[in-house]
Design a protein around this ligand. Structure first.
Ligand SMILES: [Zn+2]
Ligand SMILES: [Zn+2]
Ligand SMILES: [Zn+2]
Length: 121
């Protein structure tokens, strides 16, 4: 018969292996994604990969968005996304654009011309 010490070690290893191979569904709340994988990969999935995990906007607008929607948010919706001034072509955060227009050199150069043309007509 096996001696007791070896038996215990084997049992523990067996248990560990079972946990390593245990398959779990994505635990992200309130909406999990379709991921299913090893319990040992779950933490990485939830913090790095899950498209349903909440991520802070990279542009530091303070908003949190689903990882799968963050790209769209930063490209289209974020008030801190960089947009070019249509006069001087400088890239500015969206929220600063209006202020920039007030002081944009190129805009001021263009504005009097526009006014003159309007007066002419
Ligand atoms: Zn997931
Ligand atoms: Zn944002
Ligand atoms: Zn400008």
């Amino acid at each position: 018969m096996m001696d007791e010490a070896r038996c215990t070690v084997r049992k523990d290893r067996g248990c560990q292996r079972e946990i390593e191979f245990l398959e779990v569904d994505c635990p992200t709340q309130p909406r999990p994604c379709l991921w299913r994988g090893k319990l040992t990969d779950m933490e990485h999935h939830v913090s790095e990969e899950c498209p349903k995990r909440l991520r802070e906007c990279d542009l530091k607008c303070g908003g949190k968005y689903l990882a799968e929607e963050l790209e769209q948010h930063m490209a289209r919706d974020c008030h801190r996304r960089p947009v070019p001034c249509q006069y001087c072509k400088q890239q500015l955060p969206m929220k600063d654009l209006q202020d920039h227009y007030m002081g944009c050199d190129r805009l001021l150069e263009c504005a009097p011309t526009a006014n003159k043309l309007e007066v002419k007509n």
